[in-house]
Design a protein around this ligand. Structure first.
Ligand SMILES: CC(C)(COP(=O)(O)OP(=O)(O)OC[C@H]1O[C@@H](n2cnc3c(N)ncnc32)[C@H](O)[C@@H]1OP(=O)(O)O)[C@@H](O)C(=O)NCCC(=O)NCCS
Length: 168
């Protein structure tokens, strides 16, 4: 994965300029739900502290984003044992969304934004607790992308993936 000391590529939703905000309407990652989240729900979630979104822009255009929020998980017993974690509910971070505009896919931006989301999650869990980062992938293709970076699929649901984060 990319060098963890890289400078942040993205900015939080509330730092977007008017022109960048306008470009929400032309963002297209090929997944309607992710396009619509950007235009219809991101602002409300960001403002109300439901989920925080970070966007990559270039020349006044949004080219990618990811969204993080805290969650509660239950690890399957084998994984809990392997990680020496309790079997009951545990705090974690959820990578709720990750999307790259079609014009930029396949150029390494997904990897860069994922690396940034992992670093940001690790910093958050170091401050407030949390055992890892989870993803609810939209489909098997997306699940394959996350697995490339060390996320492990649940044995009962291949679209639910987990990556432990450092505990200290
Ligand atoms: C999935 C997505 C975020 C990947 O971003 P991207 O910028 O296209 O990917 P990158 O260029 O950073 O690819 C990085 C690496 O992952 C690989 N990769 C990309 N998509 C992959 C996939 N679906 N399965 C397996 N590997 C994948 C690339 O081949 C590349 O590997 P390489 O460096 O060995 O060549 C992006 O394609 C996207 O937004 N898709 C539509 C929305 C979506 O499905 N989001 C995930 C929802 S949970």
């Amino acid at each position: 994965m990319t060098n963890p000391v890289q400078k942040a590529l993205t900015k939080p939703f509330d730092a977007l300029t008017a022109a960048e905000l306008e470009s929400r309407n032309i963002f297209d990652c090929g997944e309607l739900t992710l396009n619509e989240y950007l235009t219809n729900k991101m602002r409300n979630h960001h403002d109300k502290n439901i989920a925080k979104s970070y966007l990559y822009t270039e020349n006044d255009k949004i080219l990618g984003y990811y969204t993080l929020t805290p969650t509660v998980i239950e690890l399957n017993p084998d994984l809990a044992k392997k990680l020496k974690l309790p079997k009951h509910s545990l705090p974690a971070m959820l990578l709720a969304r990750l999307a790259i505009d079609k014009s930029c896919q396949g150029k390494g931006f997904g990897e860069l934004l994922l690396a940034e989301a992992v670093i940001k999650s690790a910093a958050a869990t170091k401050s407030v607790g949390g055992v890892g980062l989870v993803v609810d992938a939209l489909h098997q293709n997306a699940s394959n992308f996350y697995q490339k970076y060390g996320f492990a699929p649940s044995p009962t649901n291949p679209l639910w993936l987990f990556m432990p984060l450092p505990s200290s």
